[in-house]
Design a protein around this ligand. Structure first.
Ligand code: SF4
Length: 164
């Protein structure tokens, strides 16, 4: 398996992203909302073994650039350091990739779990789905935030969600 290919990413082999206010994305950088039907599987074990994960793993092992990963590849084309590059630095010597099980341990190795958007900060790179402070400002000044995130997002109560 060619882990040193210019497009390989360890994320679907080691990582799981779970966000209360977003669809089931593969990692925080993937663009399922804009580019593909996200996985609808809520059982995390089933999701890890789903065709959705297996297909992305296969694409990375085949040297492809999955559409949902366009953010990382755009960063790299401008000589930036993407999450893909960071993950390769961490996992290149220890990962034994497997299409079915993800890796030699048969489970995710790192989890990004975000149970809500309660936050005291308003970091520039963040959004209303992950910061209640930005959400508050978005509700106060909706015009300033037009197109800030997916246009499909609208608030329900104090939580931003994608319309089903
Ligand atoms: S290439 Fe980037 S966007 Fe795609 S799974 Fe890896 S870290 Fe996430």
């Amino acid at each position: 398996m060619n882990l040193s290919s210019k497009t390989f990413c360890p994320a679907p082999f080691v990582h799981m992203y779970v966000h209360k206010n977003e669809d089931n994305k593969l990692c925080c950088e993937t663009m399922e909302n804009e580019m593909a039907s996200p996985s609808t599987e809520t059982d995390l074990e089933k999701r890890w073994k789903s065709d959705y994960y297996k297909n992305i793993r296969q694409q990375f092992l085949d040297g492809e650039e999955p559409d949902i990963c366009s953010k990382c590849f755009a960063i790299e084309k401008h000589n930036g350091i993407s999450d893909r590059i960071w993950l390769n630095r961490i996992y290149q010597d220890i990962l034994e990739p497997n299409i079915e099980t993800g890796n030699q341990y048969n489970s995710p190795i790192d989890l990004d779990i975000r149970p809500g958007n309660l936050c005291n900060l308003k970091c520039r790179m963040c959004g209303p789905e992950s910061s209640s402070q930005i959400e508050k400002e978005t509700l106060q000044h909706p015009d300033l935030f037009k197109g800030f995130h997916s246009q499909d997002i609208q608030h329900r109560g104090c939580i931003f969600r994608k319309e089903s």
